[in-house]
Design a protein around this ligand. Sequence first.
Ligand code: NDP
Length: 399
Amino acid sequence: MAKIVCVLYDDPVNGYPKSYARDDIPKITKYPDGQTTPTPQAIDFVPGHLLGSVSGELGLRKYLESNGHTLVVTSDKDGANSRLDQELPDAEIVISQPFWPAYMTAERIAKAPKLKMIVTAGIGSDHTDLQAAMDRGITVAEVTYCNSNSVAEHVVMQMLSLVRNYIPSYNWVIKGGWNIADCVERSYDIEGMHVGTVAAGRIGLRVLRLLKPFDVHLHYMDRYKLPDAVEKELNLTHHTSLESLTKACDVVTLNCPLHPETEHMINDKTLKNFKRGAYLVNTARGKLCDRDAIVRALESGQLAGYAGDVWFPQPAPQDHPWRKMPHHGMTPHISGTSLSAQARYAAGTREILECYFDKKPIRNEYLIVQGGKLAGVGAHSYSAGNATSGSEEAAKFKR
Ligand code: NDP
């Protein structure tokens, strides 16, 4: 029987919810490319309830315990002697969400001799040292597509909020003001602007589709061209380099995975190629950007605004400069963990566990590493190596 360690974010400060703002969530059975939403044999949770926090347990306890397994759920993941570290020596499976990642470094993997599988309840497995997982023959799986559309909605919301100067204007209301000139001195329409995505995968393409009705000019940069029909439908301009995309765009969004090839792709040098006063929205991964270069670009005016929900490390330490930099619209890492998204990735995690215990193949779409090499979606979107260095800084976050 297996021990499963599940690292989840804390419950709300006022306790686990007793009621919800809405009574249901829409039932979605297919993603835009035809892939089905998760198909576990059963679920033991109510879709629309909080599943991603410690008391929500991703709805897994009944299923795992009734099959004789042990489930440990904790939010204590960072620093010497964390609960996660204490549980690793006999853990067979570690589950965590990118929002509150269990950084599975080579050191941690070495402390877990029985570890067979690391599951990302969500998308993006960069918090695992993929090279170390490959070297040890550990399977890494994630719930591809579960929250891609959720993130795309957040991207569009943050683009509009930066361009239209929404957050400072909201703050004037809270302060009791009616300071129209203060609100609008940095407020523009997005109509007619050039908007581009770095990567046009599931999230990037969805962002392009959502933006089409705003009558903007749409651009993308990806290693592979989208089908001609899609380029035509959205009137897209394809760029083969970051430099070409950023020189053309007023608004840029990052939607590629973090792996050694993409780490710090936005830095002092590449920021020089942006149009002065461009907006940058990054809901992909904090480490795609050089942290201090972003601060410098906002302070100098090279960037007019920066938003997103991803930081490095997570949780971001209290003194992380992005908390206080000018003209930002950051949220904590929440775009992919709406209650709607949680229902999908909790079901997807259950599907992966059922496959593992029933010795059935895990969907190819969910595989990142298997049999000592990149596999499935991982072989397409990731490069081998490790992007977890520096993650120990997460221990600096004080609750
Ligand atoms: P996909 O795998 O569908 O898309 C990723 C795209 O990135 C692929 O099209 C891939 O292109 C492209 N890509 C990879 N490397 C590069 C590169 N060096 N330059 C340009 N493009 C590149 O994933 P999703 O769209 O679903 O998710 C993307 C990322 O968003 C995730 O990896 C994750 O980090 C982040 N994410 C964030 C969430 C949040 O809550 N904030 C939630 C979900 C995801 P190719 O076809 O060439 O391989």
